[in-house]
Ligand binder design. Structure first.
Ligand code: ADP
Ligand code: ZN
Length: 680
């Protein structure tokens, strides 16, 4: 075992490197200049944290966001690593401790925001301390063309020359221009860093799209199936973030809104809460972005179509960074397509740019309307070949398709015969032979197209038009609101030179992705108990839950059920220091002392009531603290829960008869308990 492997297991508790990590760690530890592009969740931080623990000297980490730095420092300290940050939020004592550690060489990692580099004297101070290397997180912030440009990143190149140390830069943004810009600005023209480009696949993220059909209901259903798990709902408008957060709150979730129109304090409060709490749902605009560094986000839903395929991948990529399964659902509909097209057409960009933007939107729509594995298509867009993944909605359930050549030609003909002046609703009236006033006033009931599509109903035609928009056969007219125009792409079909397959109306089948449990049913109660233990520790120490242990670590504990501290040490994520601090506590939970507390639950084992009992328990744990976190914890006796699990009351009155369910408890838990009963 090399020194690096030894540190990996002892300090971080990981048995193996993730793909690509070893080469990067070795290069960084070997003092090379490095530019590494890894997908979000690929495990970038380890690539500079691990080398920092080898040899002498301090690794200076430049990172753009204070909240992220503080969390990383906390996580490192929890593993027994001497790490510190110099940020504007520091107390004097914290800063003093950092300076001392830097002076006496005991500090392994020093985190700093780029703005700090501007302050007079910083460069001199750093030159006098033993800085061994510079690591730059989110290195694309140095690029002026990206949306995250931070002018102070431009100082890093100078600092590197002044200190004369190697530099390792990390980012998840990989396009070639940005890469070239990073190299030039951080390393200068003479240096040639070694580049590592790790693939884009995020195999643990389940991909799914659905056409909008009662979108609020669709989001609520998706969230309900993932109750108590932290998630993000991305919304197209600020108003929608608030409306959805409220609806989710009424449905018994801990939920809040986040958008650019909120005061920065309020936004920061949401970011903090999301990081700390275990099961918060944030309904947000894309403004909720880089500040989100939570590895255990279990799901991301899009209530509206994202802007582009790049945006889509970045947003869903925030889920499951810890490698444990994560779910996504993206909703889209004709209105989204219309909105995005209009935004592009009405924007101020030059024509070439507009047509490129339409192309990028097409790629996303193609993904939404795909007929085969979504991952194959997604990775293909990023230039990677892939096999059908078995972890997307279309692999789970291949869509039914039909030869739509005739239907599409009918629709195109209706568009052309009405001079491309009308929208979907009116065109469908013509096709299905619906003689509305508007149809008759304009004489459209005399068209040869009138009624040719009678064989199919309105829903079917809506699906056809949506898919035609998705395939860019028709586009909304920028000048005339709602009207559809035919594009070049449709010509071959109209002329009978090409055919087309479309998906049979997936809308009518009302299918959402099937929720998948993180562990098998028999391990679920133990996982809940482990999570409750983690929450208790995290709250006591005022740190986010994942700083104690990642979800994946708890999942592995629940599945492998270690019987001794030795076995506990072999669980991924349990390093020496964490074993010392938390090993015995979690071992107790595993070896059944926690189960001992609920003999009532054990009686229900193997019966459906058991699963309901667990849902009730989860609802209770979720609400125990009260939403603002100030209330005293409240909980029900296990015989209360088993009474409910056995009788399944379906009203508040019936529920009120449960033994031990006092008025305040009924107030707090009543709705959530009824929902839990209802779910089963
Ligand atoms: P990113 O590349 O997005 O910055 P992080 O560095 O935050 O990702 O790592 C994401 C998650 O993966 C973290 O929870 C981290 O602990 C975990 N991780 C990193 N390396 C490994 C490894 N070799 N084995 C298991 N988990 C790992
Ligand atoms: Zn697939």
């Amino acid at each position: 075992m090399s020194g690096l492997d030894e540190i990996l297991t002892r300090v971080f508790g990981f048995a193996d490197f993730r793909p690509g990590q070893r080469e990067i760690v070795e290069a960084v530890a070997g003092g090379e200049d490095v530019l590494a592009i890894m997908p979000t969740g690929g495990g970038k931080s380890l690539c500079y944290q691990l080398p920092a623990l080898e040899g002498t000297g301090t690794t200076l980490v430049i990172s753009p966001l204070i909240a992220l730095m503080r969390d990383q420092v906390r996580a490192l300290r929890a593993s027994g690593v001497a790490a510190g940050a110099l940020t504007s939020g520091n107390t004097d004592e914290e800063s003093d401790a950092v300076w001392r550690g830097l002076e006496d060489g005991s500090l392994r990692l020093l985190y700093m925001a780029p703005e700090r580099l501007a302050s007079g004297g910083m460069e001199r101070v750093l030159r006098q301390s033993g800085i061994a290397r510079i690591a730059v997180d989110e290195a694309h912030c140095v690029s002026q063309w990206g949306h995250d440009f931070r002018p102070d990143y431009l100082r890093i190149g100078e600092l590197r020359r002044a200190l004369g140390v190697p530099l390792a830069a990390f980012t998840a943004t990989a396009d070639e221009e940005t890469r070239a810009e990073i190299v030039e600005r951080l390393f200068g023209q003479d240096a040639t860093p070694r580049q590592f480009l790790r693939g884009f696949d995020r195999p643990n993220i389940h991909l799914a799209f659905a056409a909008k059909d009662g979108p609020r209901r669709q989001i609520l259903d998706f969230a309900a199936a993932r109750r108590g798990q932290p998630g993000i709902v991305y919304c197209g408008t600020r108003a929608k973030t608030e409306g959805l957060a409220q609806a989710l709150g009424q449905a018994g979730h801990a939920a809040c809104a986040y958008h650019g129109g909120m005061e920065s304090d309020a936004r920061r409060a949401v970011e903090e809460r999301f990081a700390r709490e275990d099961g918060l749902v944030v309904c947000a605009t894309v403004a909720f972005g880089m500040g989100v560094d939570k590895p255990d986000i279990r799901w991301v839903a899009h209530a509206d179509l994202p802007k582009s395929i790049e945006g889509y991948y970045q947003e869903i990529g925030r889920a499951g960074r810890d490698g444990a399964p994560a779910d996504t659902l993206t909703l889209y509909g004709p209105d989204d397509i219309r909105l995005r097209r209009t935004q592009i057409d009405e924007g101020l960009a030059p024509p070439e740019r507009k047509s490129a933007d339409h192309g990028r939107l097409n790629a996303l729509l193609g993904l939404a309307e795909a007929l085969g594995c979504r991952r194959v298509q997604l990775l293909g867009y990023f230039g990677e070949a892939a096999e059908p993944c078995g972890n997307c909605d279309l692999c789970d359930r291949p869509p039914e398709t039909f030869d739509a050549t005739e239907a599409v030609r009918m629709a195109l003909s209706a568009i052309l015969r009405t001079d491309e002046r009308f929208g979907t609703g009116h065109l469908i009236d013509i096709l299905t032979g619906n003689p509305t006033d508007k149809v008759r006033e304009r004489g459209h009931d005399d068209l040869p197209t009138f009624g040719v599509g009678r064989a199919h109903d309105k829903r079917h035609w809506q699906a056809v038009f949506r898919q035609m928009m998705g395939r860019d056969l028709v586009r909304p007219d920028a000048e005339r609101h709602g009207a559809l125009r035919m594009t070049h792409a449709a010509r071959p079909i109209l002329r009978g030179e090409a055919g087309i397959e479309l998906r049979r109306d997936a809308i009518a089948r009302r299918e959402g992705p099937v929720p998948r449990a993180l562990v098998a049913e028999e391990d679920a109660p133990l996982l809940s108990a482990l999570k409750a233990q983690r929450r208790a520790l995290a709250e006591a120490q005022g740190v986010p839950a994942y700083v104690i242990f990642a979800d994946r670590t708890l999942i592995e504990m629940a599945e492998r059920r270690p019987r001794s501290l030795d076995e506990m040490a072999r669980i991924s994520g349990v390093g020496a220091v964490k074993l010392d601090r938390f090993g015995a506590t979690f071992l107790k939970v595993v070896t059944g002392e926690a189960e001992e507390m609920h003999p009532a639950r054990r009686k229900l084992a193997g019966r459906p009531q058991g699963a309901l009992y667990d849902r009730l328990m989860e609802a209770q744990q979720r609400l125990a603290r009260g939403v603002d976190g100030t209330d005293k914890p409240l909980s029900c006796a296990s015989n209360t829960l088993s009474w409910i699990a056995e009788r399944r009351p379906d009203s508040i009155e019936a529920l009120a008869r449960a033994p031990g369910l006092s008025a305040p408890k009924l107030d707090r838990f009543g709705r959530a308990f009824l929902d839990a009963v209802d779910e089963g």
